[in-house]
Design a protein around this ligand. Sequence first.
Ligand SMILES: [Zn+2]
Length: 258
Amino acid sequence: MIFDSHTHLNSDKFAGEVPELLERAKKLDVTEFAVVGFDTESNQRSLALSAEYQNIWSIIGWHPTEVKTYSRGAEKTLEQQLEDPKAVAVGEIGLDYYWMEDPKEAQEKLFRRQIAIAREHQLPVAIHCRDAFADTYRILKEERIHELGGIMHSFNGDPEWMKHFLELGMHISFSGVVTFKNAPEVQAAAKEVPLERLLVETDDPYLTPVPYRGKRNEPGYTRYVVEKIAELRDVPWQKIAAQTFQNTAALFGIEERL
Ligand SMILES: [Zn+2]
């Protein structure tokens, strides 16, 4: 069994197709899913899915590219949404210096606010970090993130950066990027990460792994991420599947509910 720790099944791109997508995923042995939101509406759609399907869980929070739409009202709604028993983490939150929709300072403020909310609800965090390793590291360290735990989602750094985040107690989640020929540093990280800190994800509909690169990504393709990591580490894929499944369930605190 495989746990896709980060999917956007709540995306418009999958509208009306969720039952078939879950069916196809099951055939590839992908059986549990964390659906991730980024603003009020996408968070709500994630919760609607986790209410409908027993094997869907919700990660909800406010994305760094959504600084402008955050407000006191939005925060209040988020606090209410986090009361849902299927909400298992706060995310995706962090810093995005690639799109740089808002100044660094505004992103940092929202990021810290989201961590405070996660702390209030005693939940781990799912981190979006794009071209912002140094500041993300500094903030997570200052915020004592080891007390909450969390995920470096779709990790795209080198082993050196990975070590820093591991020292903060973070889990490292790999997406389809690990299957790309032009990502040797990510592959090196996937080879070195301690097994008990390893997670897998699709981040669909984006980042489609080989052999479907260029097409739309979907949750079942977590299988190809698992297979690639297994190949890199020279172990059976079932071992990576089982360990990452267990890691994800433990981090979300849902072992007894599966
Ligand atoms: Zn995502």
